[in-house]
Write a protein that binds this ligand. Structure first.
Ligand SMILES: [Zn+2]
Length: 546
C-alpha cells in the first residue's frame, strides 16, 4: 500500500509526435522521404514515445517512408501509421486504406473518425449510426490484426459543444472496439483552455465509460492556445499529448511539442523524456528546422536563440548579480543559453557583459566601457544594429580602445554596373594602402557587391594568405525608414566564414554599395584578426582574457 505521507509522483504522459503527418501540412514544409527518416531519428534521439510517420494510404511518399522505416531501429519511440476509418457502406475487408495501414507494419495504428454531427451529416453525408459502425468496425479490424489503436476523435471539442451525447457515443464506440487511447482533437484549433480543462476532466474521470482507454489530446494553435490547452489537459487527467516539432502544422500550426514537454517536465514534474534528454531540446528543435529548411524562429519559447536574450541595460546589471531573476527557467535545462544583446537601451554593464562574452576584459579601463557605449549608441542612432553583428561590435570596441591593427586602408573604389541582355555584370576597382605600399585591384562579379568582394580579396591575398580560407556565407539587405524613399538608409548584414566558424558584420549608409563595403571590409578585417594575421600598421594588443 502506498504511504499516504509520500506525494504521488506526477503520472506518465505519453508524448506523441505528429510532425511527419500533421506537421508537414504546413505551407512551405516539404520533406523528402530521406528528410522524414532523419526527423524520425532525431525525435527518437530526443526520446518521444510515438512518432506518427504519415498516412500510408494517402500518398506513395508516406508508403515509401514506412517501407524504409522497417529497417530503422529506434531506441525510444514506436512508429504509428495514420489513416481514416472505413468509408460509409464499405466492408473493412474491402478498404484499401485500412489494408495500407496494416501493410505499414507499425506497432501502432492511429485511426481518425468523425465526432461532430455536422461533419457526419455534411462531409460524410451518411447516417450517425453508420458513422458509429465505421468507427467500431475499423478499430476492431486493426485490433484483430494485433496492433495497438489510438483513436483520433476529429473535431471533438466542436462536436461536444454541438451534440455532447453523440460525441461521447463516438468515443465509446472506439473504446469498446479496443482503442486504448481516445485522442480528443481540436481540429479547428479555436477551443480555449478553461473549456478544455472542464471537458477533459469530465472524460478522464469517467473511467466507467472506457475502463481500458486513456484520454489524449491533439490541439491546433488557431487561438494561440495549443500549448496552454495541452498543459491544462494533462492537469485535468489527459495522459497522451500529440503535437509537432516547433509547432509546425497547417494554418497556425499544431501544439509545439517542445514547449509542451519543457512546461510539463520543468513546471509540473512529469517525466516525459528519458532521464537527461531534456537538455537536447534546443539542438533537436534547430536540427529539425534545418532538415525542414525553414528559418528557425529566434523567439520560439524555451529553444529559440532569443528565448533568454536580454536587451535592456537595467536587466543586464541585475542578471550579472542574479542570473535567475530575469528568466523563467535555467536556459541550460533545455540546452539553451542566456544571451546579452548590445543595443541602444544598453547600459554600461551590458557592454561589459557582451565584451566579456567575446573574451574582452574592459574592466581594466573604466573609461573605456563608457566610451564604447557612447559609440554604440551613436552608431545605432544612424541605423547600425550590433545585436547579431558580434564581429562589428568587437571591432568597434577595439577601435575605441585604440588597439585594432590596421591590415589595409581604403583609398577609394569605383564600381561599374553593366546591364546586358543576356546577363548583368559588374566590375570594381579598389585602391588600397597596405602599410607603405599602394595596391590597385580589379574584380568582376554578378553584382557590385560581389565585384567589390572579388577586388578586395585580389588586392589582399598576396599579403594575407589567410584570406584564402575566408568566404562570404550570407548577405542580407534591409531598407530602414522607407518613408522617404530617396533618403532611406540601407543596412547590410554580412556573414563570413572560415573553417572554424562564422562571424557577422554590419554596414549602414544611404548608398547600398557603401553599406556593403563597410560590412565587407569589417568582415575581412575580423577574419584576419581571427587568423592572427600580422598587421602592416597600427598596434595589436591582446585584450582577450585567457
Ligand atoms: Zn490535426
Amino acid at each position: 500500500m502506498a504511504d499516504p505521507a509520500l506525494p504521488t509522483p506526477p503520472p506518465k504522459v505519453e508524448i506523441y509526435d505528429t510532425t511527419l503527418r500533421d506537421g508537414s501540412q504546413q505551407v512551405g514544409l516539404d520533406l523528402t522521404v530521406t528528410d522524414k527518416l532523419r526527423v524520425a531519428a532525431v525525435l527518437d534521439g530526443l526520446g518521444v514515445d510515438v512518432i506518427e510517420g504519415g498516412w500510408p494510404g494517402s500518398n506513395p511518399k508516406d508508403a515509401e517512408f514506412f517501407e524504409r522505416a522497417k529497417s530503422l531501429e529506434f531506441k525510444n519511440a514506436q512508429l504509428a501509421a495514420f489513416g481514416a476509418t472505413r468509408p460509409p457502406r464499405r466492408a473493412v475487408e474491402d478498404d484499401a486504406n485500412l489494408a495500407a495501414l496494416l501493410a505499414a507494419e507499425t506497432p501502432i495504428v492511429t485511426l481518425v473518425g468523425k465526432a461532430w454531427t455536422l461533419h457526419v451529416d455534411e462531409a460524410l453525408r451518411t447516417t450517425r449510426e453508420e458513422n458509429l459502425a465505421m468507427v467500431a468496425e475499423s478499430v476492431a479490424f486493426i485490433r484483430a490484426a494485433g496492433r495497438r489503436v489510438v483513436f483520433d476523435a476529429e473535431h471533438f471539442f466542436d462536436g461536444y459543444r454541438a451534440d455532447r451525447g453523440y460525441a461521447l457515443a463516438v468515443l465509446a464506440a472506439a473504446a469498446e472496439a479496443g482503442a486504448d487511447t481516445l485522442a480528443l482533437c481540436d481540429t479547428n484549433g479555436g477551443t480555449l483552455p478553461d473549456d478544455v480543462a472542464a471537458i477533459v476532466a469530465e472524460l478522464a474521470g469517467d473511467q466507467a465509460a472506457w475502463p481500458h482507454a486513456q484520454v489524449g489530446v491533439h490541439f491546433h494553435n488557431d487561438a494561440s492556445c495549443a500549448v496552454a490547452n495541452s498543459v491544462v489537459a494533462v492537469a485535468a487527467g489527459g495522459r497522451h499529448v500529440q503535437g509537432a516539432a516547433n509547432g509546425y502544422g497547417e494554418r497556425c500550426g499544431n501544439a509545439d511539442l517542445f514547449s509542451v514537454i519543457a512546461s510539463l517536465e520543468l513546471k509540473r514534474g512529469h517525466e516525459l523524456l528519458p532521464a537527461g534528454r531534456l537538455t537536447a531540446l534546443a539542438s533537436t528543435a534547430r536540427t529539425i528546422a534545418d532538415v525542414a529548411n525553414l528559418p528557425f524562429d529566434a523567439r520560439q519559447p524555451y529553444v529559440g536563440p532569443s528565448a533568454f536574450a536580454t536587451k535592456a541595460g537595467l536587466h543586464a546589471s541585475a542578471i550579472a548579480r542574479r542570473p535567475d531573476a530575469y528568466s523563467h527557467i535555467a536556459p541550460a535545462a533545455v540546452g539553451n543559453q542566456a544571451q546579452v544583446l548590445v543595443s541602444e537601451l544598453a547600459g554600461r554593464s551590458n557592454v561589459l557583459a557582451k565584451a566579456a562574452q567575446l573574451g574582452l576584459d574592459l574592466t581594466t579601463d573604466p573609461a573605456l566601457a563608457g566610451r564604447v557605449l557612447e559609440q554604440v549608441k551613436a552608431a545605432e542612432h544612424r541605423g547600425y544594429a550590433f545585436e547579431a553583428a558580434d564581429a562589428s561590435f568587437e571591432l568597434l570596441v577595439r577601435r575605441s580602445a585604440g588597439i585594432l591593427a590596421t591590415w589595409f586602408e581604403l583609398e577609394g573604389y569605383r564600381v561599374v554596373i553593366e546591364r546586358g541582355a543576356a546577363q548583368d555584370r559588374s566590375e570594381a576597382i579598389v585602391r588600397l594602402q597596405l602599410g607603405t605600399d599602394r595596391v590597385v585591384a580589379v574584380g568582376e562579379g554578378v553584382g557590385p557587391v560581389d565585384a567589390l568582394d572579388q577586388a578586395l580579396r585580389r588586392g589582399l591575398v598576396g599579403v594575407y594568405p589567410a584570406l584564402e580560407r575566408i568566404r562570404l556565407a550570407d548577405y542580407k539587405v534591409r531598407i530602414l525608414d522607407g518613408r522617404d524613399a530617396t533618403r532611406a538608409v540601407t543596412r547590410v548584414v554580412l556573414t563570413s566564414a572560415d573553417d572554424d566558424g562564422e562571424w557577422t558584420t554590419v554596414g549602414v549608409s544611404e548608398d547600398i554599395v557603401t553599406a556593403s563595403w563597410e560590412a565587407l571590409a569589417d568582415g575581412v578585417a575580423y577574419g584576419l584578426l581571427r587568423a592572427g594575421a600580422a598587421a602592416l600598421g597600427g598596434t595589436e594588443l591582446d585584450l582577450r582574457s585567457a
